[in-house]
Write a protein that binds this ligand. Sequence first.
Ligand code: SF4
Ligand code: ZN
Length: 565
Amino acid sequence: MIVRYYYPYKQLNFYGVNTILTQFIKTALKEKVADPEELRNLKSRFAKKYQVDFPSNSIILRKLRQLIKAKALPENSELISVLRIRKIRTLSGIASIGVHTKPLPCPGKCIYCPAEARMPKSYLSTQPAVIRSSTLRFDPYRMVRTRLKAYHQNGHATDKCELIVMGGTWSYHDPLYQIWFLKRCFDAFNDGLKEKNLTRKIKEPAVYRDSVKRKKIETRLWRALRAAQRKNEKASSRVVGLTLETRPDFVSTKEVVRMRNLGATRVEIGVQSIHNEILDLNKRGHQVAATVKATRLFKDAGFKITYHLMPGLYGSTPKKDFAMFRTIFSNSDFQPDQIKIYPTLVTKYSKLYAMWKNGQYRPYRDQALKNLLKQIKMLCPPYVRIARLFRDIPKQSIQGGMNITNIRQIIQQELNTAGKQCRCIRCREARGRIVKLNDARLVKREYSASGGKEIFISFESRDFSTIFAFCRLRLPQKSDAHFIPVLQNAAIIRELHTYGELMPIAKSNGKIQHSGFGKRLMAIAESIAQNKSYKKIAVISGIGVRPYYRKLGYKLKDEYMVRGL
Ligand code: SF4
Ligand SMILES: [Zn+2]
């Protein structure tokens, strides 16, 4: 008899599958299955013996969890680790949870931007992440909880999470909606995976015209958000980073402070191009000066900065695009920490679609774009992370432009064959490797950025091909008045990151995440700042990492963790 797993798992009990699964798990434990290869071999032995198609890792994992919960088996993190699927999601040590705001208007008129009905601006209903969010009616609480549960079912720990809010221009949304949206996200993290005693729901605020009433509601919402954030410091799913997306021309000192109060630690800025004539041709509605100003304000407030950049815009050429990347990586007005490269694609619902149809716009040929992307990778400094090389738009929605969605892997292979290696952070992340301190070398890279000095301090392999941990220290220009008083004449730690497989906080097994690189980097950064005569040091800390810094002697002051030097 061949049992096909085309039915809900519970119905399969009829075939005694539960017994087979239990037997399988016990054998796996007895034989100390330690890697995917051994797991596959055991599966095929069982498949032959019982004449069944063996179920997926997530089903086995669910059964294993049931047995552990029923105390029929002891806790076994090694087998859980082998059963984890899609490991890449949490290899950088943090579970990334993306949510979308509801479809709201955006002031931009960018010609390439799809404006599909009932979808957040610039997103398409065919994108998997958007499908998930729209099925949940863009409800922040449900979007977060669903992702947490999915991670858990796939065997990933969810104790450290990064929340990424997508959809149009965040800063343009009604402030009441913004506060409510994030409060509900924090509620979801605070409730984590539990099913009972959930946080009481609060309704999305209406659009109030009466300013007195508005003020009252806003005060109440801020209070609720603060309480949810405080609770998150001790929650089982902690928010260690929060990313918001915005346009450069919406950034002011007031907006930066507001984003910090909301808990943001990283911003994704829609830069797209740094050539004014190209920005104009594509109706971006701002000039490069706005990008320069936004970059400086965010850096001086300690934010991590991701640029969205679009090669192949209307009016550009591969040569101009290459020059743009060279400037971005070398000119101190730019120097982002991370970039997402989104080659221009023609999609329906955009103005560019009509221009492409009538021959006014021509995307780059695949080979030209591929060469350009390779050149950009070769140019990238070792302190920048190339997070994306292509936007995750399904092939069927791409009308014009490259539709090789696995272009990153292809380029990687071609570079490897040519004996070249991209030096960006992403291509060098340690990904769970366990290292002895002796095998790691301390590297300091210094560069000027937005009126200050950036020092990128890292632990890397002897040949620099792998990065184990890093810290971004900013030494801003000392001035008489900082727009955030607590940062007045303070050195700022904008990022501290160690790489390794995500392990629950209380169950460290000696992997990189807990090997002490973080503390060492902090001590080095503090001593550099002290030598440069800074009297204090401030960290832009995710809500969930505050306890970590408290242990190092830092205190929460106006949204930053601060320590005197
Ligand atoms: S600013 Fe962003 S969301 Fe708004 S129209 Fe331009 S690309 Fe679209
Ligand atoms: Zn790279």
